[in-house]
Design a binder for this molecule. Structure first.
Ligand code: HEM
Length: 545
């Protein structure tokens, strides 16, 4: 039913229409014919060959042969759960904005009486679908909000920044970190030459590398993990005014990590540790909860920062702009069918609703193209938006009619606009009545392939991160660098990491890393890399960690 109202159960009710429980039912073919024997193929004679006519064999086998679809090119391994999001009553946004409705017209974020159904998928990034959970990696934290104004996807990670500044670099980053092309090794780890080679030549990666070497890359449980939208987004209100926003998920249970020794044992003992943990707690009734927080700032404030808010390798420090909690998410139901729900869910940062808009962050801008494009590959063709887990609970009416596996039977003759034949065909909606209108940001410039000067500084926030740590946390980071770089064969890559990146962050940090990986420690901050001849640029196996 579509009366415009969405509540906590809206998505469940919609999914109930396609849930199929075969328990105790008669066995049939895919076309509904009752089957008398599903163990034996039809043969020509007592011990003869199988014959073509056996429609049941052919159907059963064909279906099986086509059971797998391409895994996600990144974030292949994950798990997910259903739940709801509910805004808080009168969130305290500080003196400047006491009313969240002054900031955004997105009802999903403002109406405390509205519980919006959500589906959240957590993932590792590098490993294939069958790899291990407890690897050193970033974790994906993607939430689909099935709002009454359409689907909003907040496709975030468990770290507040990213490796690179421009989407153009993403294929290079992923080629470097994925298993190497000749031997497909290693399966799910960054500890290899190609990744650290790329990193050592990309100073902008430094801040993210510090996070990846920290305990943040080893979450204890998905329910004990923060989430971040990473990019600066926009909130837009009824008047069309906009402020910048950063989104933060904070777990009610606190943020916790495993230690390295635990993770390596878990690779062997329970490679599904994080995935199983999520199902277990929900099935036992301990529904995990996160608070959604926002950092709000305007163009003038953004101008004051000594970094660019469009640069995704930078945080907006909470000392500058506090995180204001505005609502909570509870995950309270595990999927019935992993493939139909977790595997087939398709997130896209471009899925936004009125009141939420993009910034010009060049990484975000590129993502707005990549997700739909990759999903064409993953699902084979269009219409994945009609699959139950992706289908909005908001009404959908437009002139799409066709394509592979069309599920809806759309009625009417005219599938174009304008037309004079179907006078009740779907009508455009003005902005005042809820039609999506992109924020009318003024742009005036020359076409230019570049990197803004305001994206130039790469080490200040990495240093802030290092300095924020206690000694045991620092030691964890150093140990992680020893393991990671200790698995790099080429000495010059180890040296570049120490001299070109870490020594620009902190001299003590660079020295401590160097000492564990056979690199001559830099004598002072800012030292150039030693220019010496290496007899053999590769290290022998004995020198490896
Ligand atoms: C998944 C591209 C940066 C978070 C993906 C997928 C692609 C992709 C192709 C697979 C999607 C699918 O098959 O459905 C990119 C590109 C990026 C980028 C081109 C940069 C230019 C980021 C950043 C974040 C992020 C910065 C975090 C803020 C995720 C998550 C998923 C994902 C969470 C998994 C979604 C799921 O659970 O299905 N990305 N990504 N990505 N990406 Fe990105």
């Amino acid at each position: 039913s579509h009366d415009g109202e969405v509540d906590e159960n809206s998505k469940h009710e919609q999914l109930d229409e396609v849930r199929e429980n075969s328990e105790g039912e008669e066995l049939t073919s895919d076309h509904g014919v009752k089957i008398s024997d599903t163990d034996n193929s039809l043969k020509a004679g007592e011990r003869g060959p199988t014959i073509m006519e056996d429609f049941h064999f052919r159907e059963k086998m064909t279906q099986f042969d086509h059971e797998s679809i391409p895994e996600r090119v990144v974030h292949a391994r994950g798990t997910g759960a259903h739940g709801y999001f509910q805004p808080y009553e009168d969130p305290d946004l500080g003196d400047e904005y006491n009313d969240i409705e002054e900031l955004t017209k997105a009802k999903v974020l403002t109406d405390p009486d509205q519980k919006t159904p959500v589906f959240t998928r957590f993932s590792t990034v590098v490993g294939s679908r069958g790899s291990s959970d407890t690897v050193r990696d970033v974790r994906g934290f993607a939430t689909k909000f099935y709002t009454e104004d359409g689907n909003w996807d907040l496709v975030g990670n468990n770290m507040p920044i990213f490796f690179i500044q421009d989407a153009m670099e993403f294929p290079d980053l992923v080629h470097a970190i994925k298993p190497e092309p000749d031997d497909s090794i290693p399966q799910a780890s960054a500890a290899h030459d190609t990744f650290w080679d790329f990193a050592s030549l990309k100073p902008e990666i430094t801040h993210m590398i510090m996070w990846v070497l920290s305990g943040r890359a080893l979450p204890r449980a998905y329910r004990m993990m923060q989430g971040f939208g990473v990019h600066t987004f926009r909130l837009v209100n009824e008047e069309g005014d906009s402020k910048f926003v950063k989104f933060h998920w904070t777990p009610k249970l606190g943020t916790h990590q495993l230690v390295w020794d635990e993770t390596t044992k878990l690779w062997g003992k329970s490679s599904d540790f994080n995935r199983k943990g999520l199902y277990d707690v929900i099935e036992e009734g301990y529904d995990p909860e996160w608070e959604l927080g926002v950092q709000i700032f305007d163009e003038e404030q953004a101008e004051e920062f000594d970094f660019d808010v469009l640069d995704p390798t930078k945080i907006v420090p909470e000392t500058e702009v506090p995180v204001r909690p505005i609502g909570k998410m509870v995950l309270n139901e595990t999927p019935d069918n992993f493939f139909a729900e977790v595997e087939q869910v398709a997130f896209h940062p471009g899925n936004v609703v009125p009141g939420i808009d993009f910034s010009n962050d060049p990484l975000l801008q590129g993502r707005l193209f990549s997700y739909q494009d990759t999903q064409l590959n993953r699902f084979g063709s269009a219409n994945w938006d009609e699959i139950p887990i992706n289908r909005p609970v908001a009404e959908r009416h437009n002139n799409q009619r066709a394509g592979f596996m069309r599920q809806e039977i759309n009625v009417g003759k005219a599938t174009y606009k304008p037309n004079s034949i179907d006078d009740d065909d779907p009508q455009e909606v003005p902005e005042e009545e809820g039609g999506y209108e992109h924020y009318a940001e003024k742009i005036d410039g020359k076409k230019i392939r570049n990197r803004s000067d305001s994206f130039e500084e790469h080490f200040d926030q990495a240093r802030l991160f290092w300095n924020s740590m206690s000694e045991p946390e620092k030691q964890n980071l150093v140990d992680a660098a020893h393991f990671e770089l200790g698995n790099v064969d080429r000495m010059e890559i180890r040296e570049r990491m120490v001299y070109d990146l870490f020594n620009n962050v902190d001299h003590e940090f660079a020295t401590r890393v160097a000492e564990g990986i056979g690199v001559d420690p830099p004598e002072s901050p800012g030292d150039e890399m030693p220019d010496h001849d290496r007899e053999d640029p590769s290290l022998s196996m004995e020198n490896r960690t």
